[in-house]
Ligand binder design. Structure first.
Ligand code: BGC
Length: 424
C-alpha cells in the first residue's frame, strides 16, 4: 500500500510554519511576556520568580547539587567531586514517577542518592541546591511549591507541596541532618546560572529536551526591583494555533489543556505526534506505535536512498513494510516535525530578545544557554533553530550566540546553594 499523495501533503502542511506565521508567533510570545510582567494571570505562561540573578563568578566552596558534590573555584571554574546520577525510572525494576508511587518513596530514593554523594558522611555540613524541573511557585530561594507535574510525571502527594520540605524530611529519616537544602531552582535557571558563570551576556536559559522551557534575566528597567531570572514556563505558551495532531495529542495526554507549546516541541511528545500522523497514513487512526524522539533521530540519520534503516524501524514498530519512496516520505515527515519544533523554539527566543531590545535600534550581544537532548543530539534541531533566528532577526542574528550548557543542572544548583549561603 503506497501512501495517498494528497493525504501526505495535507499532513505535511499541518506541521508547516511559514515565515509570516513564525513572525506572528514571536510577536505573540513577546506580547504574552509583557502581559505576564504586568500580571501573570494575563499571560498563558506562569512567569515564575526565581529569587536569584546572575552569578558574580566569585562563588566558591563545596556544595551539594542533590546527587552531585561540586567544588566551585570561581570565574567559571569548578570540579565535580562525586557524581551519582541514578534515574527515577528503571523499566521493569522501579518507577518513582508513576501514579502508584508515593512522594515518600520518591524523596526517599533521592535522599539515598544524596547519601551516596556525601559518601555516607553524616557529620560534615553541606548546603544543598536542588534543580527541580517543574513549575514551582517560589517565595524565596528555599521555598518552592510544586504547582503541577508536567512531562507525564504522576507521583501523588507532591503537587502543592514545598519540595525542599519533602526533601528535608527524607534526609532527616536517613540521619542526614548535616545536609541542609537551601535552594531550589528550575532546570532552565540552572542552565542560565551555569553558563553565566563562564560566559558574558547570558540573559536567556533554555531546556530543549524531554520537556521544554525558557527563562531569562528580567532587568526590571524601571528599577522597581533588582534584576531577577524569571522562569517563564514557556512550555505553557498557548497563543498560537495548534495543528489537528496537536489537538488530538493534548486530549489524550496526562494533563489536557496544559503545556501546549511543550507538546508541540519537546522530545517527550514529538515521537507521539509522528506516530499519530503515520497511523493516519496507514489508515490506522488512533493506533499508538510508541515512536520516540530517538527513533526520529534514527529516521533522519538514514541517508541511504533505499532507506533500509527506516524500513526496518517502521516495520518493527507498526508491522507495515514501506517501499523506498514511502520511506523517503516518512523521513520528510519527521524532518518537518523537528523543523517545526526548532522554529517554534526560535520564535520564543526572538519574543524574549525583542523584549530585551525594547526601543533600542539594535540588539545588544546576547548569549543563549541551551541544554537538552533535542538541541544537543537530534539531527537538524540546532541548525533549524539558528535558521529560524536568522529569518526573524535579520542582521541582528549576528549578535546572538547559542551555547550548549550540558552540565548545567548540577553546576547551576551548586551556584544557587552558594548564593543562598552568602545571603545568611
Ligand atoms: C517543566 C519546566 C521544565 C521543562 C524542562 C517542563 O515540563 O514544566 O519546569 O523547565 O519541562 O525540563
Amino acid at each position: 500500500m503506497a501512501f495517498d499523495k494528497q493525504q501526505f501533503e495535507d499532513i505535511l502542511n499541518d506541521f508547516t510554519i511559514d515565515s509570516d506565521e513564525l513572525r506572528e508567533i514571536a510577536g505573540a510570545f513577546r506580547y504574552d511576556l509583557k502581559q505576564g510582567l504586568k500580571d501573570p494571570d494575563l499571560s498563558s505562561m506562569r512567569m515564575l520568580k526565581s529569587y536569584i540573578g546572575l552569578p558574580t563568578r566569585k562563588e566558591t566552596g563545596e556544595y551539594l547539587a542533590l546527587d552531585l558534590r561540586i567544588r566551585l573555584d570561581g570565574d567559571g571554574k569548578f570540579e565535580v567531586l562525586k557524581k551519582v546520577a541514578k534515574p527515577l525510572v528503571v523499566p521493569g525494576k522501579y518507577n518513582y514517577i508513576a501514579a502508584d508511587a508515593t512522594a515518600e518513596q520518591m524523596f526517599g530514593f533521592i535522599a539515598d542518592l544524596v547519601e551516596e554523594a556525601v559518601e555516607g558522611d553524616h557529620t560534615k555540613k553541606y548546603f544543598l541546591g536542588h534543580t527541580f524541573s517543574f513549575p514551582s511557585e517560589q517565595t524565596d530561594l528555599y521555598n518552592a511549591k510544586l504547582i503541577i507535574w508536567t512531562k507525564e510525571f504522576a507521583t501523588p502527594g507532591v503537587e502543592g507541596k514545598v519540595v525542599n520540605d519533602l526533601l528535608k524530611d527524607a534526609l532527616h529519616k536517613k540521619g542526614l541532618d548535616n545536609v541542609e537544602p537551601t535552594a531550589v531552582i528550575n532546570d532552565t535557571v540552572a542552565v542560565q546560572l551555569a553558563a553565566a558563570y563562564k560566559h558574558d551576556n547570558v540573559n536567556i536559559g533554555c531546556i530543549y529536551a524531554t520537556g521544554h522551557n525558557t527563562c531569562y534575566l528580567e532587568p526590571y528597567a524601571d528599577k522597581a526591583q533588582e534584576a531577577m531570572i524569571l522562569n517563564l514556563e514557556s512550555g505553557g505558551f498557548n497563543r498560537l494555533t495548534p495543528g489537528r495532531f496537536d489537538i488530538e495529542l493534548d486530549k489524550v495526554s496526562e494533563k489536557p489543556g496544559e503545556q501546549r507549546l511543550e507538546k508541540m516541541v519537546s522530545g517527550r511528545y514529538m515521537g507521539e505526534l509522528f506516530g499519530m500522523a503515520l497511523a493516519e497514513l496507514f489508515d490506522e487512526k488512533g493506533k499508538n506505535y510508541g515512536f520516540t524522539s530517538i527513533d526520529m533521530s534514527a529516521i533522519m540519520d538514514d541517508e541511504d536512498p533505499q532507506h533500509p534503516a527506516i524500513i526496518k524501524l517502521v516495520a518493527e514498530k507498526t508491522g507495515h513494510t514501506l517501499d523506498a519512496a514511502d520511506a523517503d516520505k516518512v523521513q520528510d515527515l519527521v524532518l518537518r516535525i523537528v523543523n517545526r519544533s526548532a522554529r517554534l523554539v526560535a520564535a520564543s527566543f526572538v519574543g524574549i530578545l525583542w523584549q530585551l531590545q525594547g526601543a533600542e535600534q539594535h540588539l545588544a550581544p546576547q548569549t543563549i544557554a541551551v541544554d537538552g537532548s533535542v538541541y544537543e543530539k537530534m539531527p537538524h534541531a540546532k541548525e533549524n533553530l539558528m535558521k529560524g533566528l536568522s529569518e526573524l532577526l535579520g542582521e541582528d542574528a549576528a549578535q546572538v550566540t547559542t551555547v550548549l550548557e550540558n552540565g548545567g543542572s548540577g553546576l547551576g544548583a551548586a551556584i544557587a546553594a552558594a548564593v543562598a549561603a552568602s545571603r545568611r
